[in-house]
Ligand binder design. Sequence first.
Ligand SMILES: Cc1cc2nc3c(=O)[nH]c(=O)nc-3n(C[C@H](O)[C@H](O)[C@H](O)COP(=O)(O)OP(=O)(O)OC[C@H]3O[C@@H](n4cnc5c(N)ncnc54)[C@H](O)[C@@H]3O)c2cc1C
Length: 482
Amino acid sequence: MDQAPRQARVVVIGAGIQGNSMAYHLAKLGWKDIVLLDKGPLPNPGGSTGHASNFLFPVDHSKEMTKFTQDSILQYKELGVFTESGGIEVARTPERVEELKRRLASATSWGEPAELLTPSQVKELIPFINQDIVLGGFYSPGVGVVDSLRAGTLMREEGERLGALTVLANTEVTGIGVKNGRIGSVETSRGRIDTEVIVVACGVWSPRIARMAGASIPLTPAVHQMIDVGPVPILAGTVGEIGYPIIRDVDTNMYERQHGSEFEVGSYAHRPILVDPDKIPSMEEAALSPTELPFTREDFDPQMEQALELFPEILGDERVGIKYAINGLLSLTPDGMPLLGESPQVRGLWSVAAVWVKEAPGIGRTMAEWMTDGTPEIDPHASDIARFYGRATTRPTGSSTRPSNGSPIATSGSVPSTPGRRSSARCSSRPPAGSGPTGTSRTPGSSTSTATGSCPARLSGTGDGGPPSSTPSTWPCGSGSA
Ligand SMILES: Cc1cc2nc3c(=O)[nH]c(=O)nc-3n(C[C@H](O)[C@H](O)[C@H](O)COP(=O)(O)OP(=O)(O)OC[C@H]3O[C@@H](n4cnc5c(N)ncnc54)[C@H](O)[C@@H]3O)c2cc1C
């Protein structure tokens, strides 16, 4: 086994789409001695990126999120991994029709082309949709799909070509050395790396990594269910990966997309299924991958009925079987926004967590600019990890409940966060002088103790996936091979 370098200017932990984007943009801005490592194999180390549906809708009511996604689409296009398909958000209720009008206002404000569609216009673009339950649509022509694993490979290759990047696969971070409130080193399965800057791009594992430094990255791994059915006879003639706009059925918190002759159905509407970061299985323990937990079919049943209402020709066809079904893991935060910036608790510990494929390259660029000179072009203030008061940075211990907007929250009982070196309510999170690529403030070889997690509480009353259930008789399409 190769040893890790003894020193690095910056260590990026996690080689999913976000870690690759970080290494790429830091290298492009002139940083040298970058080490990117992942505990899994490459190009698919087992994180959420490896099983994403990989579609991007650019328009959000948040200007910040829209800008991140618009920039990401440009970057994916430059890398040659983007396929434009267009996308439609459909309305089943009059209230949603009103919201789609506001969405058009947001799109116009943020400079993104879009238009409202009548039900028959929706049907023209998607001939297999049930027009009878659609009251209108919001069409976004810039929607598309990407190959996020290929994008990551191209980004790593560019960092290596610039002579700035060392990539270590199958290398696990086991501890972080902190001295006087600053990062000093990273302990890995290939030895210790002295560094003053760490970027945590570990997706659902990020809270574990932060705890190694005595800090908090307040996200919760949560299940998002997705199934893939096919082959679908009426899609047999579709050319290429995608030939029809992607559908977001926002009134039911679902999405559907054609994928070759197959059809994906994803749901955010099921009960909250939260998973403790410490209980995510290892690569060896997992049947598929650490972030593809066994499918719990009974949670998906009501959503399948709703998807059937919209696509009876596909999902009601008894010849169509289920090819793949997972309880996938993604990151949820207290307010739904990403967690970006230097930790308010430990200097030199940068979080790039709770990020989707759709905004990762834009966030990578923004973070690299922020780390280099403190002034990113896109203002990331709503995603600043320093935005929380203490309670939101603690680990929830009670049962879960669902608020009216459908997103899971944890309730009752919390433990105090690990005491930080600085207040989590600080106003500014700009980097210290000299933290850019030519910074000289490092303290090489400082001997530091490795902080370990100090919050014993666990999530309770939450599922961890569990075994697949038996096939219920209510499912419309064939039982396939899920
Ligand atoms: C079913 C499903 C469908 C989705 N579809 C979409 C979609 O269509 N569009 C979209 O934009 N988003 C989608 N998402 C969300 C998206 O997949 C994730 O938000 C995104 O991939 C996160 O990327 P990441 O790089 O932050 O994390 P990850 O891809 O999870 O990477 C984190 C990496 O950190 C590594 N790591 C963890 N701990 C350690 C350690 N101790 N030492 C070393 N390495 C470590 C892991 O091995 C992993 O490779 C979907 C999610 C799910 C579950």
